[in-house]
Design a protein around this ligand. Sequence first.
Ligand SMILES: C[S@@+](CC[C@H](N)C(=O)[O-])C[C@H]1O[C@@H](n2cnc3c(N)ncnc32)[C@H](O)[C@@H]1O
Length: 205
Amino acid sequence: MVEPFKTPTTGYDKLASVYDRLYLSEKDLQRSAAAHGAARECLGKVRPRGAVLDAGCGTGFLLEGVPVGEPTYVGVDISNGMLAEAKSKFPSYTFLEASVTDTRLPAGSVGAFISLFSVVNYVETSELLGEIGRICASGARVLIVARRALSSDDYQGTPEFACLWDWDTITEIHCSDTLRDVAVRPLTESVLGDDKFVVLEATRA
Ligand SMILES: C[S@@+](CC[C@H](N)C(=O)[O-])C[C@H]1O[C@@H](n2cnc3c(N)ncnc32)[C@H](O)[C@@H]1O
């Protein structure tokens, strides 16, 4: 398994003011639409009441494509700069500056845990599963859209992503006690044949 990369907080602080202009190619927009679609589908299956946690919310990408009500939404991000952008776009929503591995949210308070293009590339899987297990209610839906490594060649163009999500990580998640009904599929089946993102859907055990 590859070693996790330490969260590039300062990197995202510096990127924050231009972040929303970084991913506007046709392929990026298709990928964004697919991620929003996956999130809408996930939220349609949520049974327990509770917060919708946007893990690694960045500048508020989830809210841009998915109608999540103000009272239930909680965005968590470790980068103050990214959060400042999110707050300026969605001033009435709740955002917390924290690591997703230590959110300080009450135990069992989350009904849906959603991570789009964010934290799983930066944190230890065991710590992530530990916090999901603590804050999610039993039956909560978990959706993670993550960059994956296809081969060691994948790292060459993006050395900053020392830890892409690999199949060992997915196996670790499959074998965890925290999640059940774990399903992993490509982000898009047909539109982006070479897309390097996968979708993991699961239920908190
Ligand atoms: C590529 S951006 C994605 C942001 C947003 N989800 C989107 O799709 O546009 C990754 C985000 O994860 C955040 N992040 C990285 N490590 C984190 C951690 N340990 N806890 C919370 N947020 C983290 C970064 O600050 C950044 O805002």
